[in-house]
Design a protein around this ligand. Structure first.
Ligand SMILES: Nc1ncnc2c1ncn2[C@@H]1O[C@H](COP(=O)(O)OP(=O)(O)OP(=O)(O)O)[C@@H](O)[C@H]1O
Ligand SMILES: [Mg+2]
Length: 253
């Protein structure tokens, strides 16, 4: 599908991200529409698997690069495969606009636009990101699985560039920066989207999905579960740490 747009239409797309998504052939789900209409520059998406979080982030990344000349949009994910997937979505949309993509861009997971904007996609580690100052939008996909160090490296960079930050993920245990920000971070706009809210995931599919209950809750119901390898549950640890419990043996005091 190729989209040819007039100048007036292009101006509309610049101002209206929902119209932009539709021009790309995507009819946004309710929460996606709400996100596209939002002007928040700190967004957390705690979403079910396959709910459309990477897709909508790809739309937002491309919109930023196209309509804010000179922008650096950085898309990070913990593993190369996940970065490639996200970049593939961005490229697909870009092609839908009738713009050619060089094989080199595909290879380098990096798209340079005529307006001086760049969309760079990387498997994120703290070392890879430090060279990218001046980021105007950072998208952290699978954020529950990125290293905490990466996040701590990113925050000051965004402060300097006044960049926007989107963290999107399916939960992965009661640990890590995504969990911390989701449960107690300040200044975030939060979106929680379970599988049952996604029109493309049927009730029958979910009923037939034979998974251990805690994995089902994690993958489809936005639930931060105790991590698999945790021998003691977080609750057990919290209780063990409470001041109210008297130690069995004297503390010498
Ligand atoms: N609004 C929409 N309309 C139609 N299809 C959509 C919409 N949003 C997403 N999709 C489709 O749903 C599928 C899953 O989308 P996407 O990969 O973005 O989900 P995800 O939440 O990132 O999944 P995962 O947890 O596996 O990474 C894709 O095929 C995508 O094209
Ligand atoms: Mg995804």
């Amino acid at each position: 599908m190729w989209v040819m747009v007039s100048l007036a239409e292009d101006l509309k797309l610049a101002l209206d991200r929902c119209a932009f998504a539709r021009a790309l052939g995507l009819e946004p789900d309710g929460w996606q529409e709400e996100l596209l209409c939002s002007t928040s520059d700190r967004v957390l998406l705690n979403c079910s698997r396959q709910s459309g979080k990477s897709t909508i982030s790809g739309v937002i990344a491309l919109h930023r690069a196209l309509y804010y000349p000179g922008s650096l949009v950085l898309c990070l994910a913990p593993a190369l495969r996940q970065s490639q997937e996200l970049f593939g979505k961005v490229l697909g949309f870009y092609r839908d606009l009738g713009r050619p993509v060089s094989p080199q861009a595909e290879r380098k997971l990096s798209l340079e636009l005529e307006n001086g904007s760049r969309i760079v996609t990387l498997p994120g580690t703290e070392k890879t990101i430090r060279v990218f100052s001046g980021t105007s939008l950072l998208v952290l996909d699978e954020a529950a699985r990125v290293e905490d160090e990466l996040y701590f490296a990113v925050r000051p960079m965004l402060a300097v560039s006044s960049g926007a930050l989107m963290m999107l993920s399916t939960p992965y245990g009661m640990r890590g920066v995504f969990y911390e920000e989701w449960t107690s971070g300040h200044g975030w706009e939060r979106y929680e989207v379970s599988a049952s809210q996604c029109p493309r995931i049927s009730e029958e599919f979910l009923e037939e999905e034979r998974l251990p209950p805690f994995i089902f809750r994690q993958e489809y119901e936005c639930s931060f579960e105790e991590t698999e390898d945790q021998v003691f549950t977080t609750d057990m640890i919290d209780r063990a740490l409470t001041d109210e419990v008297k130690p069995l043996f004297g503390t010498g005091g």
